[in-house]
Design a protein around this ligand. Structure first.
Ligand code: F6R
Length: 246
């Protein structure tokens, strides 16, 4: 696990965008794994700026989003389908049929899982980008999730609901369940890049980096992968024992 600590979220996001564009440029049919949430917003803005100014071509890019809430219509403002349209896809020349997001509504969940798994099998991920939850989750793989897990439905942890309530009218409106790529599937990516910023991620980052792999900290599974880069701002890195300047 390689660690890079940046002075600001801006620098961290710029680095992540450069790495993403490099992956697109060096693969004939690049496959990206993408997160939602607050952390990747600046990265997505950099990718859009790069597309406008440098014309990076997304017509052959395939993307997989990690997760989706169960029970929200894909047009619902808070669905991750809508988030991706708003913050990235509609600004790029990416064909909609190349963008895979697990479906949390409208079809039986067993079918949603099957469809997503078979798409993953057809398109192995070149670069999986991740955020991390304050409880150490990756995707919506909450603490206790098996490292052998593939796509599955999960009950959201109270900490996740608390952190995500800011996007909903009230905590009670945060969906209880989600569909997520599993930890085993995440580990199949050829390369992984995890981004974390802010003090509220510091404990999760410390467990991921310094504790042995344990299902209590799902992100610690990344230690089992041989090509992981962790990008941090200073606040997220503040509990780490060693210094890791970039
Ligand atoms: C979302 C996802 C989650 C987030 C994590 C951090 O698709 O996979 O694991 O990356 O909850 O969320 P933010 O970035 O909002 O702090």
């Amino acid at each position: 696990m390689k660690l890079l600590v940046f002075d600001s979220v801006d620098e961290m996001s710029r680095y992540a965008a450069e790495k993403t564009v490099q992956t697109i440029e060096t693969n004939q049919r690049p496959v990206l794994g993408l997160p939602t949430g607050d952390t990747p917003l600046k990265l997505y803005q950099y990718l859009i700026d790069d597309h406008i100014h440098n014309h990076t071509d997304y017509s052959d890019v395939v993307t997989f989003n990690l997760d989706e809430y169960i029970g929200l219509d894909s047009k619902d403002y808070n669905s991750y389908h809508a988030y991706m349209q708003r913050h990235l896809f509609r600004h790029l020349n990416i064909p909609l049929e190349n963008t895979f997001i697990p479906k949390g509504n409208g079809i039986p969940l067993s079918k949603a899982i099957e469809d997503y798994e078979s798409a993953l099998e057809k398109h192995p991920i070149d670069l999986q980008i991740l955020g991390i939850g304050a409880n150490g989750h990756i995707g919506f793989n909450e603490p206790g999730t098996s490292f052998e897990s593939t796509t599955h439905v999960i009950e959201l942890d109270p900490i996740t609901k608390e952190n995500n309530k800011k996007h909903f009218p009230s905590r009670a409106k945060v969906p209880n369940k989600a569909i997520t790529m599993g930890i085993h599937s995440i580990l199949q990516a050829k390369e992984i890049m995890l981004l974390a910023s802010g003090t509220n991620k510091a404990e999760a980052v410390q467990s991921m980096v310094e504790a042995p792999p344990t299902t209590e900290c799902p992100a610690s599974a990344l230690k089992l992968h041989n090509k992981v880069t962790v990008l941090l701002d200073k606040e997220a890195a503040k509990l780490l024992k060693e210094e890791h300047p970039c």
